[in-house]
Design a protein around this ligand. Sequence first.
Ligand code: MG
Length: 203
Amino acid sequence: MKIIGVGRNYVDHIKELNNAVPTSPVIFFKPETAVITRNQPFFYPSFSNDVHHEVEIIIKICKHGKNIEERFANKYFEQIGIGIDFTARDLQSEAKSKGLPWTLAKGFNGSAPISDFYPLSNYDDLNDINFHLEIDGRNVQNGNTSLMIYKVPFLIAYISQFIMLKKGDLIFTGTPKGVGPVQIGNNLKAYIEGEKLLDFNVR
Ligand code: MG
């Protein structure tokens, strides 16, 4: 199983980090060891002083494919979930300034807490899904999938030109504005359409 992240996929988040709007999707990986399931705690890493939350809709791939055509992309996923793309912003900023990869800033242990996955048929329209994140009961990030620059079928077609997708792979589809630091002791709750799907603590 692999985890593919999409960076800079919401204009309002690109602006808050003073990044340029990409001309093609920005793609990165997290290793399988980044995953946290079943609402287990996230342990704040010793190598960073600025770990940021990025709440994101996640697509779960349901069959193998490469060079997938955009018009057939919907055959390659049946379930969605929600997760946090934890990012060591201090490490990422240093890497960006040197033109180096984001691997350690994005792929460290526990950097991908994920919810369970639910059938797409639970939702009326993949391109109009509301999601949000609360920290200690305060609403900090609100998104709607209609605001994605690159929509899911395009992402699947784009990624699968380079990287074969396999059943069980996860795609983190990008974060809306409102990213910021987490602290030890915080409680994070992530929701799709008002339904709480993720609820865990930072230790
Ligand atoms: Mg992200």
